[in-house]
Design a protein around this ligand. Structure first.
Ligand SMILES: [Zn+2]
Length: 210
């Protein structure tokens, strides 16, 4: 921690993102309470950390829609406390967040996936790029559509720029919520087409409703 960080810490002490207890961005009690939402099933190139329900779901809603951007610290911390995830991260060189369209980014002021991915990169030493995957079309929110519409919707809306950065590299795409997976899978396809060696997907919460 540098001087400025120490000073900020005194003025705005770090609090648990769930219960508000001062000291850490997630307290031990809240972290243990989240264990019941953890997804244990493992896949080779896909990692789902939590089920999108209960406390996790509420926290993500606060984070995305109620202007609580500071919660990225809580999310990155709970992810990095997961030993299986840390093992999974070792297979990758670069982490890339699923991008927002620039219009949506202006409205919200931040890309929720981007803040978490950047923090994970900072803590683990993975490279992080937000100038590789670009969303070039703004589409209606996915929550009001059926599965087929969602799949059709995302076709061709992501573009890869600066592809020399990802040539032969192992890339991890990060997204906050995975429902049908159409978004993350479309990003994966584009990265592979542009020369990535391997592309995995890391998701904070898997939505089983749809
Ligand atoms: Zn707490």
């Amino acid at each position: 921690m540098n001087f400025l960080e120490k000073l900020l810490n005194i003025i705005f002490p770090i609090q648990c993102g769930i219960c508000g207890k001062i000291g850490n961005s997630i307290c031990d009690k809240c972290y243990n309470d989240l264990k019941k939402y953890e997804i244990k099933k493992q896949y080779e190139d896909l990692f789902f950390a939590y089920k999108y329900e209960g406390v996790i779901r509420n926290l993500i809603i606060k984070y995305k829609f109620h202007d609580k951007s500071y919660l990225y610290k809580t999310f990155s911390e709970i992810l990095l406390k997961n030993k299986n995830l840390c093992k999974f991260l070792k297979c990758y060189d670069i982490i890339i967040p699923v991008p927002l369209h620039k219009k949506r980014l202006q409205e919200r002021g931040y890309n929720q996936a981007d803040l978490i991915a950047k923090e994970i990169a900072k803590k683990t030493g993975l490279a992080y790029y937000n100038n590789v995957l670009i969303k070039n079309k703004n589409i209606k929110p996915q929550s009001i559509k059926n599965i087929q519409e969602r799949v059709n919707d995302v076709l061709g809306i992501y573009e890869v720029k600066n592809s020399e950065l990802i040539k032969e590299k192992n890339i991890l795409i990060f997204d906050d919520i995975y429902t049908t997976g159409s978004t993350a899978q479309e990003c994966k396809k584009e990265l592979l087409k542009s020369g990535a060696n391997k592309v995995g997907i890391l998701v904070l919460a898997k939505d089983y409703i749809n």
